[in-house]
Write a protein that binds this ligand. Structure first.
Ligand code: ADP
Length: 584
């Protein structure tokens, strides 16, 4: 990607501050610097006049959209406006922050500027006590919280969103993006039979018949309306529909923008409108829900400057603080499915902020929890990071999973619980996702060329070549392809019961990505009713308090259907926003 990202000196007023870190005998000219980022090489150009930084421009990079913007902005603005490079890493975009800082330092060093001095801390801040009021206070700026905030705003309420990380998006922005909705135009065009009833049945049975039928009904019956609403906010979907991993049926819709960025992009554009009346406080962590006279009336919080905030909500507080996939102690304490395996040895797809404090803070004011023992794993974690990024994958119809010997070992269309249980039985609990180029593969985490160049993905023109790359016996892998293609042709039955087939896998180049089990979703959480009202340990509604998204439990039973999480969060996020405004 060639992208101009510019920080320009705001004006003469700032000239004095520039001198702080810059004017130590520097030179004049355009100086180039580079560093390796998350996606590849990042190159910047610095326009420097006699040691003063006038302008810094990113001339090329391969960083992930939505993740690079904030680090680029912060580092370039700090360098140009303050003559400083002492910028905190943006959580979730650490490599991009480090890369932009290193590239800028590289260019400025070439200009003869003392970048060591620019690394020194900036001036001290005296913590303040800050009081703020809005109709609605939302804790958590992921998919559920932002759906709630936008809905409340559309109904005329003022909203404050607290987000403890430096960027919005939570787990939502790094989710695969596929979303289960039945009865869509896309499904109709492809002749796919589906209905809310079938979606209900798959969700309930897929979750071990343990989900709350009333909540599942609400989710499946409001999914299509939610899709229309997202489209009204500018979100776009691809025409393809198929089955996401563990989705059981072709009702998974893929946004046009990568991963979950399409959702967050639509919400952010709404929030950016001058009349949205939504104020987002980043780097601001809620620490406590405030109760007065049996009602939740606000939130206490702190921010990265150490300020203490008290947020008062005239109408309601919405808890959308997500799950606890990144909290190893909580995983270990509650797990009932994975025999104590959820320690540090298992990575997670989750962002580092998925630590479950939304659940703990709610429990502290009497909220009930449900299904806490049900933690979902995925079979497609990056072996080093656990992320679902940096792979080439498609819908289930388009790929096979093979073990290290090159043999299939599971019905790729099964539920996630079955897929991971089978994977734990394989050598090193590892498998390869293998697909061809017949249907455009979905490369996650960069262009396929970049993923191949950095060794995340193997690509070969023949099956024998692919087998050699991933240390498999070519005849075994070829045999696996032959057997699978016979199943596609209807000439053979899958021994594992696979029923989701697309086309033969036979068109070079072939892709293979090595993957291991990774913690993905926590099905348990706060008990809510159909209006997203929080229920206490005695079964009563806690007035003024609502919860939506991964922080809430009870919908997905002991195994969430693939692609149901995003549906859950926009459906219940909207309901929470509406309920809070209406004072339900
Ligand atoms: P969901 O899919 O349910 O919306 P996400 O993980 O996408 O869940 O979003 C939850 C968001 O809540 C994350 O961005 C996370 O950083 C944020 N969060 C978690 N705990 C707190 C807290 N104590 N204060 C503010 N934000 C929080």
């Amino acid at each position: 990607m060639r992208k101009r990202f510019v920080g320009v000196l705001a004006g003469a007023v700032l000239a004095a501050s520039l001198i702080v870190g810059c004017a130590t005998g520097g030179r004049t000219g355009i100086f180039t610097g580079s560093a390796i980022g998350h996606g590849g090489t990042l190159v910047v150009e610095a326009d420097v006049r006699r040691g003063n930084i006038r302008n810094i421009e990113v001339v090329s990079h391969s960083e992930t959209p939505f993740f690079y913007e904030l680090p680029f902005k912060r580092v370039i603005s700090a360098a140009v406006n303050d003559g400083n490079l002492n910028v905190d890493n943006v959580a979730g975009a650490t490599m991009s922050t480090m890369a932009i800082r290193a590239a800028v330092a590289d260019a400025l060093t070439a200009a003869g500027i003392n970048t060591g001095a620019m690394m020194l801390p900036r001036q001290h801040h005296t913590p303040q006590n800050i009081q703020m009021t809005a109709d609605i206070v939302v804790v958590g700026g992921g998919g559920a919280g932002l759906a709630a905030a936008v809905t409340a705003s559309q109904m005329g309420s003022s909203v404050i969103v607290l987000e403890k990380m430096s960027m919005l998006g939570g787990n939502t922005i790094i989710a695969g993006g596929q979303t289960n909705i039945s009865g869509t135009e896309q499904q109709r065009r492809l002749g796919i039979a589906d209905s809310p009833d079938l979606h209900f049945q798959h969700t309930f049975e897929g979750g071990g018949n343990r989900g709350n039928p009333e909540l599942i009904r609400v989710m499946v019956e409001n999914a299509l309306d939610g899709k229309n609403w997202l489209e009204s906010l500018g979100m776009e979907w691809q025409d393809t529909v198929g089955s996401a991993l563990g989705a059981l049926h072709p009702r998974s819709h893929t946004p046009v923008l990568a991963l979950g960025t399409g959702f967050i992009d639509a919400y952010q554009r709404f929030i950016a409108q001058p009349d949205s009346n939504i104020q987002v406080l980043l780097d601001t962590r809620a620490t406590e829900f405030v109760m007065q006279g049996g009602r939740v009336t606000g939130v206490r919080a702190t921010n990265r400057l150490g300020d203490n905030l008290t947020l008062t909500a005239n109408r309601g507080v919405i808890n959308a603080a997500g799950g606890f996939g990144s909290n190893v102690a909580m995983r270990m304490r509650y797990d009932e499915l994975w025999d104590g395996r959820l320690d540090h040895a298992i990575p997670t797809t989750n962002h580092p902020g998925a630590t479950g404090e939304g659940i703990l803070m709610a429990q502290a004011i009497g909220a009930a929890v449900v299904d806490m023992g049900y933690v979902q794993l995925l079979p497609i974690g990056h072996p080093a990071t656990g992320s679902i990024s940096h792979l080439v994958i498609g819908l289930v119809e388009q790929y096979i999973q093979v073990n290290e010997q090159g043999r299939r070992f599971v019905n790729e269309g099964a539920g996630r619980d079955e897929l991971v249980a089978a994977l734990f039985q394989q050598t090193n609990s590892a498998n390869y996702i293998i697909m061809d180029s017949r249907v455009a593969p979905i490369p996650l985490g960069g262009a396929a060329d970049t993923l191949v160049a950095y060794g995340h993905v193997h690509r070969a023109n023949t099956i024998a070549e692919l087998a050699a790359m991933i240390n498999m016996e070519p005849s075994i892998l070829q045999g696996t392809f032959n057997e699978f293609n016979a199943m596609v042709d209807g000439d053979a039955q899958c021994p594992f019961g696979r029923i989701l087939f697309g086309e033969r896998i036979e068109v070079a180049p072939f892709f293979a990505t090595r993957r291991v089990p990774t913690v993905h979703h926590t099905m348990g959480g706060i008990v809510i009713d159909r209006y997203a009202r929080v229920i206490d340990v005695n079964g009563n509604i806690i007035p003024g308090f609502y919860a939506a998204g991964e922080v809430a439990g009870g919908i997905h039973g002991n195994n969430r259907l693939g692609a149901n999480a995003l549906t859950d969060i926009f459906v219940f996020g909207r309901i929470a926003g509406e309920s809070a405004v209406l004072g339900r």
